[in-house]
Ligand binder design. Structure first.
Ligand SMILES: [Mg+2]
Length: 155
C-alpha cells in the first residue's frame, strides 16, 4: 500500500481518483507459454530445462499498454504466480524493459480458474485496451486509446 501511495504522490494523482488495474505477468507481459511450447515441440530456442523466465519474449504491445494505462492515471499492480524467491530477477526484468508499475505481488495461488466479478480473460493487448476504454470511459487524463496508439509507435 505504501508503494502505491508513494506513487500516487509522485504522479500527483488524487487518492480518490485512482483506478487500479491488477495484471498477471506470465502469458500477459511475458510470452512464457508460447516460448515453452516452442521448446517442447520444436526444441527452439533452447532446451526446456534451460528455459529461464527472463529470456522469454514480451507479449506484443505489453509495454505500450502499461505505459498508456499509467499515463491515463491507472495504478498498476502486478500479481504473479512466481514465488517470492523470484522477486529480484522479476524486478530486474521489469526494470530492463522499462515497465511502469506501482506494486509487485508474488505468490498468486496456482489455480485452474480464477473466478472474479471484475475479471477479464486476456487474449491480446489491443482487445484488452479496447475493453478497458469501454468499461472505464471516465478515467482521467488523456485518452487511454490515444496514448496506447502513441506508445505502439515506439515498441
Ligand atoms: Mg499467467
Amino acid at each position: 500500500m505504501n508503494d502505491l501511495n508513494e506513487s500516487i504522490k509522485q504522479h500527483g494523482i488524487g487518492r480518490d481518483m485512482v483506478e487500479n488495474i491488477v495484471i498477471d505477468m506470465d502469458g500477459v507481459l511475458t510470452d512464457f507459454y508460447r516460448c515453452r511450447e516452442r521448446c517442447i515441440y520444436s526444441n527452439y530456442p533452447m532446451n526446456i530445462n534451460d528455459l529461464k523466465r527472463d529470456q522469454c519474449p514480451l507479449v506484443r504491445h505489453a509495454w505500450s499498454a502499461l505505459r498508456a494505462l499509467r499515463r491515463a492515471g491507472f495504478g498498476i499492480i502486478l500479481w504473479t504466480g512466481r514465488v517470492e524467491a523470484e522477486r529480484k530477477v522479476t524486478e530486474k526484468w521489469l526494470a530492463e524493459h522499462d515497465f511502469p508499475y506501482d506494486k509487485l505481488i508474488m505468490d498468486k495461488p496456482r489455480a485452474v480458474m480464477y473466478i472474479d466479478d471484475f475479471g477479464y480473460h486476456f487474449k491480446n493487448w489491443d482487445d484488452a485496451v479496447q475493453e478497458i476504454t469501454k468499461r472505464y470511459p471516465h478515467v482521467m487524463g488523456e485518452s487511454l486509446l490515444r496514448n496506447y496508439k502513441h506508445f505502439k509507435l515506439e515498441d
